[in-house]
Design a protein around this ligand. Structure first.
Ligand code: UDX
Length: 475
């Protein structure tokens, strides 16, 4: 795996005294509420850390004090959050362990290595302050036992969406039914338990330890059920039926309070430096003329697929901004060789960056479409800006998300990993210039409006957030 792992350095623990809070840009709401402290524990991967820090910012605006406990690996930068207290935690992972392609193994080791230091860290925070509640990523399953020992309420944040969460709950059953070893045309069969998924959409991670995968799936579910509540970065209007299923299945309070992206300023939680040079370039281009291409923080492809993507982009004759992250091409940590003749063909209508200010890019008027791996943050960020998508899912929840984008919300089309340059050229043109793409854009704008309305006063996410605050204050 080429998870982002640039920021291994340590930041000193940091505590900001209460008088500094007045200087914050954030409104301090609920003046009558005594400020109570929440401890949040993000998983150290970009797609998980960003939403946890966004949640922290939202809860801070609701009057809570915030402590973040974080691993050394991919530690957040406290300077971007001067109003939070940060506490670092040794994770005892080696460089090679954090670079593994085996995400399951990495998550298992994180849970194993962090258990004892996390307990000590949390106990020390609790000695210094009255902690109302612990909020952790669902994947930190060991923390439920710690919370129980310390007699502290724990709420979990699922950074993926409710539909994929349901699919994860079924994993052991799906393995027993043979879905996970399906091949060929079987992959196109529907999954009767969870329509509209097909067998190929069931979450799967590359791992040499499938037994760990199932054990972890079980532990996630059991420890989530034992928690005091489940938070999703989504909205009722988008995923009402999946939320109902989760409520039936888990029998704990469920809070759909997203999109977080609509409630906090564009992310300052990037683990790689954002290349801002693409913004002046976008400024120089006509509205709705550029395809933004990014496959998130972990997904990797081989050189052959990379070349087909490059030629598909070139043949489409559309302008594009392409994020070629270090590690995007398997086995190449440094710069990736572009095919001969490619640059000459696209230089007057393209930009390539290693990491983009994605939310800003998606909100730019020049952007017409987003070719994405369908990580949940990317999908939601695209929806928040009314941008239709081309989906190329890789692993985990991404296939599930792609199915919802194409078949349920109908705001995108899908590529397969064996799509060649001609398929890609055709697909890009379908999205960027043909009527089909224009229809998708119209539907994406409707979703964007729903995403704005739900966080406004009286909206579904607004109300769910009020309920969450009341729930926390009841502990
Ligand atoms: C991982 C999994 O791949 C995904 O399936 C799961 O839903 C969340 O965790 P990741 O690959 O990091 O996600 O994708 P995603 O969830 O889309 O998050 C990527 C984040 O990085 C987004 O917030 C995006 O704005 C940001 N990003 C990406 C940038 O800021 N710049 C870039 O160039 C690319």
């Amino acid at each position: 795996m080429q998870a982002l792992k640039e920021r291994r350095h340590l930041y000193p623990d940091r505590f900001v005294p209460a008088h500094n809070l007045q200087q914050s840009r954030l409104p301090v709401l609920q003046q009558n509420m005594a400020r109570r402290r929440l401890v949040l524990f993000p998983l150290p991967l970009q797609g998980h850390q960003t939403p946890m820090l966004q949640l922290a910012t939202i809860l801070y605006s609701k009057g809570f004090e915030i402590s973040i406990i974080h691993t050394y690996f991919n530690s957040p930068n406290p300077a971007n959050y001067p109003h939070f207290a940060f506490h670092s935690l040794p994770d005892n992972l080696t460089e090679s362990e954090t670079s593994t392609e085996d995400l399951t193994l990495l998550l298992h080791k994180l849970n194993r290595n962090c258990a004892a230091p996390f307990r000590d860290r949390l106990a020390r925070v609790m000695e210094d302050a009255s902690v109302a509640c612990l909020i952790t990523d669902v994947i930190w399953y060991f923390t439920q036992a710690v919370a129980d020992t310390l007699d502290l309420s724990r709420i979990v944040l699922r950074t993926n969406n409710p539909s994929s969460f349901m699919a994860f709950t079924y994993l052991p059953q799906f393995r027993d039914k043979g879905y996970l070893s399906a091949q060929g045309t079987q992959l196109e069969e529907p999954v009767p338990e969870l329509p509209p998924l097909k067998v190929k959409d069931i979450p799967r991670n590359y791992t040499r330890h499938p037994e760990l995968n199932d054990a972890m799936a079980n532990m996630l579910m059991e420890t989530s059920k034992a928690s005091k509540g489940l938070i999703f970065n989504t909205l009722q209007e988008l995923e009402g039926s999946s939320l109902s299923l989760v409520r039936q299945h888990f029998n704990i309070p469920v809070f759909a309070i997203g999109p977080f992206q609509k409630q906090v300023k564009a992310s300052s939680s990037s683990l790689l430096a954002e290349d801002q040079s693409c913004i002046p370039w976008l400024n120089s281009l006509p509205p709705k003329s550029v395809l933004y291409v990014s496959f998130g923080s972990i997904a990797a492809i081989d050189q052959t697929q990379f070349n087909e993507i490059a030629w598909g982009l070139a043949l489409s004759i559309q302008s594009f901004l392409w994020v070629i992250r270090p590690g995007l091409v398997r086995g190449l940590d440094g710069s990736v060789p572009l095919p001969d003749g490619f640059i000459e063909m696209v230089m007057d209508r393209s930009r390539i960056v290693e990491w983009a200010p994605q939310e800003e890019v998606l909100g730019h008027p020049a952007i017409c479409g987003f070719w994405t791996h369908c990580g949940w943050n990317s999908v939601l960020e695209s929806i928040c800006q009314g941008v239709p998508m081309i989906c190329l899912p890789f692993f985990g929840d991404q296939m599930n998300n792609a199915r919802y984008v194409t078949d349920v919300w109908r705001v995108g089309l899908r590529f397969e990993h064996d799509s060649n340059r001609q398929d890609i050229e055709k697909g890009i043109r379908r999205l960027m210039v043909e009527t089909e793409g224009k229809e998708m854009r119209k539907r994406a704008i409707i979703l964007k409006d729903q995403a704005s309305l739900c966080v406004a006063k009286g909206g579904s996410s607004y109300q769910a957030l009020e309920s969450l605050v009341a729930h926390i204050l009841s502990f």
